[in-house]
Structure formats: C-alpha cells, structure tokens
Design a protein around this ligand. Structure first.
Ligand code: AMP
Length: 225
C-alpha cells in the first residue's frame, strides 16, 4: 500500500532533511515545493523568474502556481506508491486544494507530521545551513559532524557549499511571520482530521529521525507494506 505523508513545520525545523531520509527509506519521492521553485529559478523558467523576487522577500508564491506545480508532480509515475510532501500546503487554500487533488487520484494522506522546534534553534540552524550547488545535499556548518565544512562529501564537487539567498536574517524573520499567520493554523486543521503526529524536532538529525519513525510505525513494516 502507498504511504502518503506530509511534513509540517517552520523554516529551519529540519523537515527537508527528515523528508529526504524518510523518502529514501521507503523508496518514495520527496516532493519539496521549495526545491522545485529553486530549480525553476536556477533554470530561469517563467515560473522561476516570477517566483524569485517573492522568495527573496520571504513571501508565498501564489496558490494557483503552487497548486499547479504540485498537481503536475503528483501525477508523475514515481508518486504512485506514495510521497513525502515538504513545504506544501502552506495555507488553508492549498490544504483544501491538496485534499481535492488527493481524492481525485484516490491517494488519501496517511499522516501529517508537525515538527516542534523553538525559534532560537531555528535561527541557529538557518544561519549555519549550506547546500551543495551540484547535488543539493544540505549541511550545517555549526553541527559537530560537519563543523566548518566547505565542500560536499556526497558528490565530491569542487564547488563551495552555498547559502540560500533567503536564509538571511531579514527574510527569515518574514518567513517565520508568514508561517505563524498562514501555515501554523494547518496544525489544528490536520489535528481535527485525526492525521496529526507531533514530534520534538530539537536535537541531532539522528535523534529527530528516531522520533519520526516512532510516530510512523507503518514505515517500519517494510517498503510498500
Ligand atoms: P522552503 O524551501 O519550503 O522554505 O521554501 C522557500 C520559499 O519558496 C518560500 O519562502 C516561499 O517563497 C516559496 N514556497 C515554497 N513552497 C511554497 C508553497 N507551498 N506556497 C507558496 N510559496 C512557497
């Protein structure tokens, strides 16, 4: 049976990292709307060109655009066995559109995981976040295992790790404000549907991963159980 998951939490909560690991474990795609937009910006597509200024301000790209992106992505063959959504939905309108979309492809959500992390830790994580411009692997230059890292260990690219343009103090403050106003209400929305699993997202990646697995026992029953 397919496993359809959604990761919910503020920027810097570690959703992307955990979504990536969990998706790999289950052999299903991680669908990150932030990654899709960054790729569009990099490829200089029409959507990318329009989204860039909005992302740089820490605002949300329009619902129409985002819903279209997610619909196209979910229709791809590799999502038939499940998916881990990261960064979508960001507001109630997107959540309702997702619900309609998933009904139409008969792929109901199995769980929504909310990442709880305090704002001081978010600031620390975002200030230290770097990614490989070649393969996208994310590191934190403040973490013990990757302290001061400058180059990717995953793909051995010779390029320096880079910081996201929206990971600066000003934009992060706006992104957190947008999260509080528009995205946080989704926690209650999904709690009311009985789908919410909350985890403590403080601490090291492996600790958070263990907590994530503990709230999703169906993932331990083997891939495509
Ligand atoms: P993220 O990588 O999820 O932090 O997203 C980076 C930026 O992309 C956000 O600050 C928004 O500008 C934009 N973005 C990503 N996902 C969405 C979404 N579902 N709706 C609107 N904007 C989004």
């Amino acid at each position: 049976m397919a496993l359809n998951l959604l990761m919910l939490g503020p920027p810097g909560a570690g959703k992307g990292t955990q979504a990536e690991r969990f998706a790999r474990l289950r052999g299903i795609p991680k669908i990150s709307t932030g990654d899709i937009l960054r790729e569009a910006v990099h490829d200089k597509t029409e959507i990318g060109a329009r989204a860039k200024a909005i992302m740089d301000r820490g605002e949300l790209v329009s619902d129409d655009v985002m819903i279209g992106i997610v619909r196209d992505r979910l229709e791809r063959d590799d999502a038939a066995d499940g998916f881990v959504l990261d960064g979508f939905p960001r507001n109630l309108a997107q959540a309702e559109a997702l619900s309609t979309m998933l009904k139409s492809i008969n792929a109901p959500l199995d769980a929504v995981v909310a990442f709880n992390v305090d704002y001081a830790e978010i600031a620390r994580r975002i200030a230290g976040r770097r990614s490989c411009p070649t393969c996208g692997t994310i590191y934190n230059v403040h973490d013990a295992g990757t302290l001061g890292i400058t180059h990717c260990r995953n793909c051995a690219s010779s390029s320096l790790l880079v910081q996201r343009p929206d990971d600066n103090e000003h934009t992060v403050a706006r992104r957190l404000g947008v999260y509080d106003e528009q995205t946080r209400p989704l926690i209650e929305h999904y709690r009311a549907q009985g789908l919410l699993r909350e985890i403590d997202a403080m601490g090291a990646i492996a600790e958070v991963e263990a907590r994530l697995r503990a709230v999703l026992p169906q993932c331990l029953e083997g891939a495509r159980a």
